[in-house]
Design a protein around this ligand. Structure first.
Ligand SMILES: [Zn+2]
Length: 385
């Protein structure tokens, strides 16, 4: 399918959280010919840019040599469309840049990311999304609530981009105000106001729906206010609390992010392992699963896949029919598709399965390592029925 008119040019001038990139809509796009150029460039330092620039130069030379004559012109005009964008100086906070382009379709997407990317370039029948999809999985959005008994701050972390919002604060009676009050009365009032403050914080979190889209919420701060807040949260929000961490209120946002990332990464690993284990158990118990590229593809085609599990760095060479989307792994492409006579091209089958999963609304999980998943070829799916 060609990109929709409103989806042809996307060029952001600021750093984009990966969750703002419409991977679903990108996965809908494909053509019968290799007219989509996908380029990933690290931009975190001049050194990295220079290194990737020499990689790109040699890859571009190789692509030009391998290109059939009829595609040479569209390739060169796509390179012209991209123009200087490969060399543009990184903007503040930019660590990686992703460019998808196809001049014949007037299609150009440029994303500046706050996370590291590996240099990569491919000319294909569709934008090559796998590296972006993996990053999206690695850097799922999470929130940190920094709270003590009188102040709350909320940090939202999206692909390493931190935004901070001041939450409620309360002016607890300080020493001056305490005046001639008895210690007991002071303690009672103080306890009451801490409870009232916790209620305020909880209400603030509850009233904002943004937590629903996050992988998790971390509650940080000194003392036991964080436990009080967690215990007062409604069940559905308490369920997404992935950790409590003990830090001082004056911790720098950078240090807080570092600590938060460790907790979030641990949680992600746990979730990955749980899903891979679910697949293994389903195989043992004869529950509906699919594994191996061919079986998984069939299940995706009829919309049966609930979750697609991909072992990271799995790559399965094969070919696809660009007309009927027939996929065959581990063979060289025939001139014409045996199904429909359409044109064929060499692909990474994993990328095609990922795109199919996106189109059919299946959940996709990348698994860092899992012996069983590896033993079945790195690809497996939990089915709906
Ligand atoms: Zn076909």
């Amino acid at each position: 399918m060609d990109p929709e008119e409103s989806f042809r040019i996307i060029e952001k001038q600021d750093v984009t959280p990966i969750s703002n990139i419409d991977l679903r809509q990108l996965s809908e796009i494909y053509d019968e010919h290799d007219i989509y150029l996908s380029i990933y460039i690290p931009t975190a330092s001049k050194e990295k840019m220079d290194l990737s620039s020499s990689y790109l130069t040699s890859r571009l030379r190789a692509i030009r040599k391998a290109l059939p004559k009829d595609l040479a012109q569209s390739f060169e005009s796509t390179m012209d469309l991209i123009g200087e964008r490969l060399e543009w100086k990184p903007i503040h906070g930019e660590r990686g840049r992703v460019i998808f382009a196809s001049e014949p379709l007037g299609f150009l997407h440029v994303y500046r990311l706050g996370v590291d990317v590996d240099p990569f370039i491919a000319l294909d029948t569709s934008p090559f999304l796998l590296p972006l999809a993996k990053l999206n999985d690695d850097y799922e959005d999470f929130g940190i609530l920094l709270v003590d008994s009188q102040e709350a701050r909320k940090y939202i972390i999206r692909s390493d981009i931190v935004t901070m919002k001041k939450g409620p604060s309360i002016d607890l009676m300080n020493k001056h105000k305490r005046g001639g009050m008895s210690q007991m009365r002071f303690n009672r009032l103080r306890r009451g106001s801490i409870e009232a403050f916790v209620d305020m914080v909880v209400e603030e979190i509850r009233s904002r729906g943004d937590w629903k889209e996050m992988r998790g919420l971390i509650i940080a701060g000194p003392g036991d206010a964080k436990k009080k807040v967690r215990d007062a949260l409604p069940q559905e929000i308490r369920n997404i609390v992935i950790g409590l961490i003990d830090v001082e209120m004056d911790i720098s946002p950078g240090d807080l992010l570092k600590k938060g990332k460790v907790v979030a990464a641990e949680d992600e690993r746990k979730e990955e392992q749980a899903m891979a284990e679910q697949l293994r158990e389903a195989v043992l118990k004869g529950l509906p699963v699919a594994y191996g590229a061919a079986e998984v593809k069939n299940a995706l085609n009829i919309g049966k896949v609930r979750s697609l599990l991909i072992l990271e760095n799995t790559s399965i060479p094969g070919w696809i029919c660009e007309r009927c989307q027939f996929i065959k792994e581990r063979t060289t492409p025939p001139k014409a598709c045996p199904n429909c006579g359409g044109p064929t091209s060499i692909v990474d089958v994993v990328e095609e399965l990922y795109e199919l999963a996106q189109r059919s609304g299946a959940e996709v999980e990348f698994i860092k390592e899992h012996a069983f998943l590896e033993s079945i070829g790195g690809i497996g799916a939990l089915l709906r029925y």
